[in-house]
Design a protein around this ligand. Structure first.
Ligand SMILES: NC(=O)c1ccc[n+]([C@@H]2O[C@H](COP(=O)([O-])OP(=O)(O)OC[C@H]3O[C@@H](n4cnc5c(N)ncnc54)[C@H](OP(=O)(O)O)[C@@H]3O)[C@@H](O)[C@H]2O)c1
Length: 141
């Protein structure tokens, strides 16, 4: 998880309750990330550690869910989240706490890379509508 303020704190505990095996809280301030890591472990019994945010974040190997829990990417500023995208596993799910815009620059980058990987693996150009339908069905919409 990138950032661990009000939203990140709540989502870290929820993810642990939902079955996460391990959490890494990446924050600029150790005090903030360590406090949330300790809260996660106390509340859910799940191991959690703090990692220092310096420059572009290198995502730890084995990460299966990467969440932006900072303001970065929120309208109108739409900043990029500094992530070393080549450290993100192709099977990693990428999510954002920001809802305006719905597709943040962080999500747009992840989607573009996922589309490239899909085409490399299958040789088939991805059709976004097919994925959108599958997600809607999975969500019962
Ligand atoms: N989807 C939802 O249900 C939901 C709910 C609530 C909030 N949100 C959204 O979530 C976002 C965060 O809200 P919040 O209430 O959690 O804010 P917050 O309490 O201020 O926490 C923001 C976090 O982002 C970090 N951060 C900010 N700028 C950064 C930067 N340039 N580099 C690295 N870390 C940075 C902060 O670290 P520092 O403390 O060191 O600055 C802190 O860890 C907002 O955009 C809000 O709209 C979404």
């Amino acid at each position: 998880m990138l950032g661990a303020g009000g939203a990140g704190r709540a989502m870290a505990v929820e993810m642990a309750w939902a079955g996460a095996a391990h959490l890494t809280l990446v924050t600029r301030r150790q005090e903030q990330g360590q406090e949330v890591a300790d809260t996660v472990t106390r509340a859910a019994g799940v191991p959690a550690v703090w990692a220092s945010w310096q420059g572009e974040v290198v995502v730890p190997a084995g990460t299966s869910l990467l969440m932006n829990a900072t303001h970065l990417g929120c309208a109108p500023a739409l900043e990029l989240v500094p992530v070393r995208w080549d450290s993100v596993d192709p099977a990693c799910v990428v999510v954002d706490v920001i809802t305006n815009p719905r597709i943040t620059p962080f999500l747009a980058t992840a989607r573009r890379l996922a589309m490239q990987i899909f085409e490399q693996w299958t040789g088939v150009p991805p059709e976004e509508a097919v994925f959108q339908r599958a997600v809607a069905e999975a969500l019962g919409e």
